[in-house]
Design a protein around this ligand. Structure first.
Ligand code: ZN
Ligand code: ZN
Length: 264
């Protein structure tokens, strides 16, 4: 037993915290008195404490963040389990906090999502494939809907796939570049000048060593594209009816394209 000099009560030794500077190795005040005193101090000087810790944080932020990271990594399993438990107990609280943070840090949030997606790309792919296998009907409906909503992306992706398969050189074309290109040619087929559903045409065909690059790509309708196929542009243009059809000035965008690509 030991006497607490604060509350003047005899208490078990376990009720006192350690203090190496004292003779018997224990604090003079019991734990209850000590914590009460600390609480009062914190309430009285809360502003002062906050200011002090703010200063400490700004001057030692590197050290603190390293320490925090080390601690987190050392206790990663426990931390994760605890976070999961807390999340289950208060999901709304977590969501609210996340939404608030996302709103305040849009750029950071976007970067974090991108980082996470890259780091977990295999898992995401696997999950998606599993889901597609488990829900074939839903998956096909979803993909149909998506393809209808993103026709430009579909065109760009399909051509990208074909170019990669043929091991064509070039950096490819993004959905945005393809949209811009179609706009540049007023959404008309470069060869016949008609407003039809447009496809990617490689002026120098990929099979003849053409690059899968924006400089080698023009928008063309499917009939023109499949009629041209792997023929060199001039050969195709100058054969039969095509010559009269396409080489009349002002009839189509082809002069523009030919002017820019005299080497074709
Ligand atoms: Zn006491
Ligand atoms: Zn056409």
């Amino acid at each position: 037993m030991k006497l607490c000099t604060k509350c003047n009560r005899q208490k078990e030794i376990s009720a006192f915290s350690y203090d190496r500077s004292k003779k018997d190795g224990f604090c003079c005040w019991c734990r209850d008195c000590k914590s009460k005193c600390h609480r009062i101090y914190r309430e009285l000087y809360s502003e002062k404490i906050k200011a002090r810790s703010r200063i400490y944080y700004t001057t030692h932020c590197d050290k603190i963040s390293i320490k925090r990271k080390n601690h987190y990594n050392a206790h990663i399993e426990q931390k994760r389990a605890k976070a999961k438990e807390l999340y289950k107990l208060h999901p709304e609280r977590f969501k609210r906090a996340r939404d608030k943070w996302t709103k305040e840090n849009p750029n950071k949030a976007r970067c974090a999502v991108r980082r996470w997606t890259i780091a977990n790309s295999k898992r995401i792919k696997q999950n998606r494939e599993n889901w597609q296998r488990a829900n074939p009907q839903k998956a096909s409906q979803y993909s149909k809907k998506w393809r209808l909503a993103n026709p430009e992306k579909v065109v760009a992706t399909v051509e990208q796939y074909r170019a990669r398969k043929m091991m064509a050189p070039g950096t490819g074309i993004t959905e945005r570049q393809w949209k811009k290109l179609m706009k540049k040619y007023s959404y008309l087929c470069i060869y016949c000048g008609q407003k039809k559903k447009l496809t990617i045409d490689h002026v120098i065909p990929l099979s003849r060593g053409g690059r899968h690059d924006i400089d080698n790509i023009v928008p063309a309708c499917r009939p023109c594209n499949s009629s041209k196929q792997a023929k060199p542009l001039r050969v195709w243009l100058l054969r039969g009816s095509n010559a009269e059809k396409f080489l009349v000035p002002g009839q189509s965008n082809i002069e523009l394209s030919m002017g820019a690509r005299d080497n074709v």
